[in-house]
Design a protein around this ligand. Sequence first.
Ligand code: ATP
Length: 368
Amino acid sequence: MTDLHLDGISKSFGDVTALRDVSLDVADGEFFTLVGPSGCGKTTTLRAIAGFEQSDAGSVRFGGREMSGVAPEDRDVGVVFQNYALFSHMTVGENVAYGLRFRETPGGKSKTERVAELLDLVDLSGFEDRDPDELSGGQQQRVALARALAPGPEVLLLDEPMSALDARLRQTLRTQVKRIQSELGITTVYVTHDQEEALAVSDRVAVMNDGRVEQVGRPEDVYRRPTTRFVAEFLGENNVFAGELRDEVVEVGDAGFHLVDLDASDGSEVVFCVRPEHLVRVGKRDAETTGRRAETTDSGAENAFEVTVEAVEFLGESFRVHLDWDGRDVTLRAPERPEIETLRVGFDPADAHVVSDGRRDRSVVEEN
Ligand code: ATP
């Protein structure tokens, strides 16, 4: 087992800059996820760790060992890619044994014993003699995982291993992968563009955008306290507002909002976000109109504004309500379908989070 360190990794492909000064520390035994939109640099980061890609600058270390110049087969990593890429002319058992071609079998076991042990680990005991095309997509991906784990690598790298599977199967498989990872205690770097998956399985996540790491933290911390506008909008839904600070009030349109922990000077622009589940209906007028007093509250009253209902979607456990506030799109989660068109909504100051507007900050830097 080992910890993993990336220090100032940069990589360009011709005119395309894939990674810009990426630094990450992954702890021994951690399930660490790189999440971000297509093209943000997740796969390139993983390939730099595996040794498939030479970076232009920066270093990769496994424990205290510098990895530059170390070939992929000598790095002690197991890799599972998006497309399972099992060999169709080999049985399941032969596919798993293929993972042992460069290595001694760990613990002095025979190849047959090791293959049986790994198939047991991925819940496929007795599947040795099957052909890969007799297996479901999820089962094939578990064989690919067993093959990657066969030599007992120090680090496991998973690149969108579930993206070819349907939603239900992805959920089952991600639970299995998480169980196997914690059973082995293997340091794991997982790549996905699916933010729900990243939040569900990871010890920590790194949110990437345009070749940079925007924020690193535990799923609940990054979700609840995004530091940048990008992270606020990428992880789950969010309402982002931009306004000007005047006498400790952030003025957005004709409304004024009170926020906590404001560290800005008068006249400066403040960007903040409020999750749809933290936006609440306020005021007695609505309660009287709808007769649903339980839906309304005064907790957000000091930060209230009037909105128009544009559309309502039923999500099962709640309703997503699309609102218009003087031309701005606002989203609310409500326990009941609103039955009137105009609502007063608001939020508790403690539920609003100030974020930096990375795009804007960077374009200012880049223009200068
Ligand atoms: P996806 O989720 O779509 O796989 P990603 O976040 O994994 O995306 P990367 O595959 O790391 O992103 O790509 C980052 C950027 O580098 C993209 O703009 C991509 O087009 C570019 N890129 C990656 N590999 C190469 C290559 N071999 N040659 C040229 N450009 C590349």
